[in-house]
Structures are given as C-alpha cells and as structure tokens.
Design a protein around this ligand. Structure first.
Ligand code: NAD
Length: 402
C-alpha cells in the first residue's frame, strides 16, 4: 500500500506533474538470490531486495529486514516511507530499504552471519559507493550491522552498529527518545500542558515501546498500561517502568508484571491522555477506532493506523501524530552516526539526543503551522511539508523543471 495518497495531498498543496511522477515509483530496484551451502542445513536460498525509492536528498537510507514475509512490494513501500521521513525531518538522506525473505529465528547464528556476508558480496557496489546505507530493522541486529562493516571496511557504509564498532551512543534509545519528545510537543500544542502527570498507554514493549516509556516516565508522565505479544498490565496509579523492564527481561514479556492483567485490545481502548501504538502495523481499525478514548494518538510504530480507522478518529475529533514524524528519532540518530563515521569524531549520547530534539522540533513546528493554517490533519500536513522539501530539492538538482 503506497504511503501517500497523492489525490488527497494535491488538494492541499501544489505538486508539479513531474514531481508526482518521480515520487510515485521507485528509482531503482534490485532483486537477487542469496544462495549459500552450509552444513548441516544444506543449500539455503532466499530472495533478497534493495529498493531506492528517491535519492534526491542523499543516499538511500533504510533498514535491512530479514523476515519470511519480505516481498519486493513491501520493501518498496518501506523505502517510500523513508523518503517522506528523511525529507520531513531535514536530514541529507533519501529513501531506501532492503530485505531478505528468510526467518532469522530458524537460523543458527553462524548461518545468519554467512547469509549477511553473502548479502554484502551481492550488493558490494551499492554499499562501497555509499549509495544505499542499511541499518537494523525487523530480524536484523546491531551485530549484523557490525558484520556488514566487517565486510566493507567502510564505517559510514552502515549505521546502527554497536557503539564499540563505530556505533553511536544514544542510537539504541533514540527512537523512543524522539517519541517522548514529540509527545511533549504535541501535548503543549494541543492541550497547552506538558506530558508531566498525563496518563499514557503503550502497545509494544520492544526497543521503541520500552524506551518511550522510560523517557516519558522521566518527564513525569504516568504510564498506566503496557502490552506486548505476551499480554498486558494496567495500573491506574502508574507502572514502575524499570521494574516492568526487569520483569519483561526475566519472563520474556510484560504479562504477569506488577498491575492488573489487560489484553492488547483493551490497552488501545483505555481512557488515557496519550495512546502510543509502538508494536506493529494496522492495529487501529475502523472498528476499534469508534471505541478509543485517548485524547491523542502518537504513532510510534510504522503504519499502526488503518486509513479507515484514522477517518473514524478524525471524525471523533481525536488527533493523530503520524509515524513519519513520531518515530523519526531513529533515522535522525542514524544520520549522526553516519556523520560521525565520515568525520572520525566521537559523539556523546547527549549530542545524539540534542540533534534528534532539534530536527524534530523544526519539523513539528512546520507541520503544526501547516495544519493550523490549512485546517488539515497532522498526517496530511506532515506529507505536505515533506513533499515541498522534495520538490525544492528535485528542482535544485535539475530533475524537474524550475
Ligand atoms: P521490537 O521487535 O523491539 O518490539 C516489538 C514489540 O511489539 C514487542 O514488545 C512485541 O512483543 C510487541 N508486539 C509484536 N506483535 C504484537 C502484537 N500483535 N500486539 C501487541 N504487541 C505486539 O520492535 P521495535 O524496534 O520496538 O519496533 C516497533 C515498531 O516501531 C515497528 O513498527 C517498527 O517498524 C517501528 N520503528 C522502529 C524503529 C527503531 O529504531 N527500532 C524506528 C522507527 C520505527
């Protein structure tokens, strides 16, 4: 499903025909086979893809997904999402993505490493040129990024590396840091009050959900419910995030942690100030949107809201802060890591957070202004700000008429 509906977007902003044509399709797609003979498994074969959606603003940036459901179509959509996200938050990257259609959970660690080395071998020209810059995504880890670096020997060819291998202090928690920061900005803009004291429900307690909870709790918010694949916990007075994180580590999930048991579906429908879906896509549908009681939804996951669900929320006056802004902290931190690798400088976590905050504040201000002036939802406003950036860049580069 393409990320942007050009017809809706064109009703609020001018998009030259040539720009629409360039943004409506990917610039380049590579489909290749990864074949490797390992023992005792025998021949492991997988389809693999690299998509460059649009590189007007810089190298194609986007994670490496290793998951059985990976397809060219989905990789294409995810690459497009990166084009809009990087343009919106003003970093010098374009949109890209790569994928390997394999189940990493079924592979011995050495086999996965061998597969990743083969992936580097197959797209060596792309990686050495710095034209596509991978990062961790579903099914790939910082250690996998270290393996990619080990093959290219070029520090800036990949981001999301462990800090000891040229990675960035603060990268791991940057997406959650950004979600918490944008929640603060949204709360001030919509309700005129900080997140301190507000009730928050979070679906998902992985990298993004856990760090979002930590940073929001540090700002004084009350995390009243959290859920993950194992179930959920609810405590009206607020959960102790560190204790919950320890429980989740020990028990393999949040279920059974301090508080009352609550289902994943119930977490979405709680009476809270902020609802933060931070797990998977398509969890807010037309059906449950009618029952949501949050004051605002902050999309920490990619694509958690179905278009029909969003329409119901907007009709009910529940605003929604879109994924391309809310979860952009990770790619902003990736930019800092790439810059660090190119310069040889060392970066402190506080500098990473500061850059995330600055880029998100600038983007939020532009989105807020556009939404207020044109009386459109935040998602349309964010896309309009991004498309204006992309159009201006493509003009600068002579890709479309001046
Ligand atoms: P993760 O794998 O670390 O965690 C996912 C969490 O969601 C886990 O707690 C899991 O139990 C839970 N979950 C999975 N399926 C669920 C379901 N059906 N119902 C409820 N909970 C479920 O992943 P992550 O890195 O935290 O990413 C979460 C989302 O944020 C994804 O949409 C991802 O694309 C997006 N995102 C992540 C980053 C990043 O830097 N990690 C950056 C931008 C966007």
């Amino acid at each position: 499903m393409p990320v942007v509906d050009f017809e809706s977007l064109k009703s609020v902003t001018d998009i030259p025909r040539e720009a629409e044509r360039l943004l409506a399709k990917p610039e380049k797609e590579i489909h290749f086979s990864l074949n490797i003979l390992v023992y005792p498994l025998g021949l492991v074969e997988a389809d693999a893809y690299v998509v460059y959606h649009n590189t007007a603003r810089g190298p194609a940036k986007g994670g490496l997904r290793i998951w059985p459901s990976v397809t060219l179509e989905h990789t294409r959509d995810l690459a497009e999402l990166m084009t809009w996200k990087t343009a919106l938050v003003g970093i010098p990257f374009g949109g890209g993505k790569s994928g390997i259609a394999l189940d990493p959970r079924a592979l011995p660690a050495e086999t996965k490493t061998a597969i990743i080395k083969e992936y580097v071998h197959m797209i060596a020209a792309e990686l050495h040129a710095g034209a596509y810059v991978p990062a961790p995504d579903l099914g790939s880890t910082p250690s996998d990024m270290a393996v990619i670096y080990g093959e290219t020997h070029v520090l800036e060819s990949v981001t999301g590396k462990p800090p000891r291998v040229g990675g960035l202090p603060g990268r791991r928690e940057a997406t959650g840091y950004g979600v918490a920061h944008v929640a603060e900005l949204t709360s001030m803009a919509l309700f005129g009050r900080p997140v301190s004291g507000q009730r928050v429900a979070v679906q998902g307690f992985g990298n993004v959900g856990e760090w979002t909870c930590r940073f929001l709790a540090a700002r004084g918010a009350r995390i009243v419910a959290v859920s993950d694949l194992t179930g959920g916990v609810h405590r009206a007075a607020g959960l102790d995030v560190e204790r919950l994180a320890q429980h989740a580590r020990d028990a393999g999930g949040v279920a059974g942690g301090e508080g009352d048991a609550i289902s994943n579906a119930e977490v979405l429908e709680l009476d809270v100030d902020l609802l933060i879906p931070a797990a998977v896509e398509h969890v807010i549908t037309a059906e449950n949107a009618a029952r949501l009681r949050a004051q605002v939804v902050i999309e920490a996951a990619n694509g958690p809201t179905m278009p029909e669900g969003e329409a119901v929320l907007l009709r009910r006056g529940i605003p929604l802060l879109p994924d391309i802004l809310a979860n952009s902290g990770g790619v902003i931190a990736s930019y800092v890591e790439w810059r660090q690798a190119k310069s040889g400088a060392m970066t402190r976590a506080e500098e990473t957070y500061q850059t995330v905050a600055e880029q998100m504040e600038a983007a939020f201000a532009r989105v807020q202004e556009f939404a207020a002036q044109r009386a459109v939802p935040y998602r349309i406003a964010a896309q309009a700000v991004a498309v204006a950036e992309l159009i201006a860049t493509m003009r600068d580069r002579g890709w479309i008429p001046a």
